[in-house]
Write a protein of this length. Structure first.
Length: 279
């Protein structure tokens, strides 16, 4: 990917990461989504975090609108699904429409797809015929928006593609996950850290979130860079009705913010449970 096609602002901070999951089969319940937890894991393993995710079915107008926002955001966005060559695969076309560019057969993608078809023919004891109708149709999987760069596919050589900081991979996890890893390790390694995020929280009994909100706001205001969170539960198997109240952010920022949170809780005279730490 050249500098003109990878458009990220110069910054010392990690980029915002987003995920788009495309496919009617996910929204209809025919298939359970596995991408969201896996992408969270892949990012976390590199000291990064997923900031948002979005699901969209196979409606071209909706896909185009979602991709327009992704291209305009400047975020690093991974899009899974819909880049095949069957009638219900619209992602490549929608990406081109969202960008206002034409589609074109990517020369490197063409080579890779032809290599794959040649390998399959050899495995089946056939002679590869590049002019055969179904082989010509398979080349459509390498038709990308003009200016795109390929993402290698170690599973079957059929590539994905990137335009700017938006990266398109297949819906099949066995292909998508190593391709996402390749993108992260190739283009965003400078943002990796061994411990970029820490959560410290405490279990609080007998409180209402509205009562604790002023304290939460005060902690965020006094400690820029940390996020305060509250997770209420009414039927937890161990703690029953409670609120998990905590802070998250860079480790060096979390410790003083959490200490201040505990001090602030003392004035409420609440029953306090165990403290929790998550990396």
């Amino acid at each position: 990917m050249n500098q003109s096609s990878l458009c990220l602002p110069a910054t010392e901070h990690p980029p915002v990461f987003g995920l788009i999951i495309i496919g009617d089969e996910i929204l209809s319940g025919k298939r359970a989504d596995k991408h969201l937890p896996k992408v969270i894991e892949l990012l976390k393993n590199r000291g990064l975090a997923l900031d948002y995710a979005e699901y969209v079915g196979d409606d071209p107008a909706r896909i185009t609108a979602v991709l327009k926002r992704a291209f305009a955001s400047g975020h690093v966005v991974f899009s899974t699904g819909g880049i095949g060559a069957t009638p219900d695969d619209h992602t490549r076309q929608c990406a081109a429409q969202a960008l206002g560019v034409d589609l074109a057969l990517h020369p490197q993608a063409k080579v890779l797809i032809e290599q794959r078809m040649h390998d399959v023919a050899l495995e089946q004891g056939r002679v590869y015929d590049p002019g055969q109708a179904d082989n010509l149709h398979r080349l459509n999987m390498g038709v990308f928006p003009q200016g795109a760069n390929i993402i290698p596919n170690p599973y079957n050589k059929i590539p994905g593609f990137s335009v700017g900081s938006v990266h398109f991979v297949p819906g099949f996890p066995v292909m998508a996950w190593p391709m996402i890893e390749w993108v992260l390790d190739t283009y965003y390694q400078e943002f990796f850290t061994s411990q970029a995020w820490l959560e410290q929280s405490v279990i609080v009994f007998g409180a209402m979130e509205a009562t604790l909100t002023p304290l939460m706001e005060a902690i965020e205001q006094a400690h820029p860079g940390v996020k305060v969170f509250s997770l209420p539960s009414v039927d937890h198997p161990e703690y029953g009705r409670h609120i998990e109240l905590g802070v998250k952010g860079a480790p060096e920022q979390v410790a003083p913010a959490f200490a201040a949170l505990l001090v602030g809780l003392e004035s409420f005279q609440l029953e306090i449970g165990p403290k929790l730490v998550r990396n």
